[in-house]
Design a protein around this ligand. Sequence first.
Ligand SMILES: [Zn+2]
Ligand SMILES: [Zn+2]
Length: 341
Amino acid sequence: MLTCRIHAKDDLRIETDSEPAVAPGQVLIRLGAGGICGSDLHYYYEGRNGSFVIREPLVPGHEASGVVAKVGAGVTRVKPGDKIAVSPSQACGRCDYCREGREHLCRNMRFLGSASVYPHVQGMFAEYFVLGECQCYPVSGDVTLGELAFAEPLAVGLHAVNRAGDLMGKHVLVTGAGTIGCLTMMAARLKGASAVTASDVLDRPLETARAVGAARTVRGDRERGALASPQFDVAFEASGSLPALNACIAAVKRGGTIVQVGTLPHEPLPFVVNEIMAKELDFKGAFRWGIEFDWAVEYIASRRVDVGPLLSRQFPLERAVEAFALARDKTRSTKVQLVAA
Ligand SMILES: [Zn+2]
Ligand SMILES: [Zn+2]
């Protein structure tokens, strides 16, 4: 079977591995579709994702769907042939954070396709992989494996809007109109936002934002004045850029909320804390998701949320290098997925 592995910065290889064995309670999954995410791009092109540095070969990929190939003894949640969304989250279930229902903050988190711990937790850009049955979410109906692979990023968007609190009737700004930004816009509309404005520094993402319901779009780099005055109740910073964060701070009204969803560069950043103080802003982080993954699977399976406009193209695993290059080019793509040949 084929496995896509990042050995170091700019060194991604397609390797041949033997099929993994299935222990009791485990499920062998054949990859359906795996979305290439910003963190996968960081690992490939920079050798690190924020403070997580690649120290051994890493199989990337944490946004996946698949088909159950084989089940180990005692597995009851799925059976061979089931179409599933796959949760990349392996929380310990025992620490204080897990026990208070914030398992995404788990002290012993093992998140697939991540170098946050060493040895790294290997991801899902492989023809076959093995996971515990609780990470498998069987789905029926005609939803495609490509759509189902959006469960993880949609969960990120749903979690971000949950962090923001009440959105009913609120005016919302989302900076960064990539996959996470667009899914955050869709989640904000689900939660009652009266109008969503999207900003980006490229035209293509803004077209996508309009396709998923943004009422107004702003070229953050050209239309400087557009976001200079306070006009939004809530802003979501989904681009991971400091100018965008500063735009959020300027554009949110006194007493408003900013949720940081994107990962900013690793270097120390000059940061305007006084405006947060004087405008009495709530500045919050949103990291991964908890129960929102379950909701995301339901929303996608029922097509309550249509992720169709976000899927740009699929490539077979063996063309991963080409797929990563397209995924990196935001003038040509939103979400690019890898599929088993
Ligand atoms: Zn992701
Ligand atoms: Zn835990």
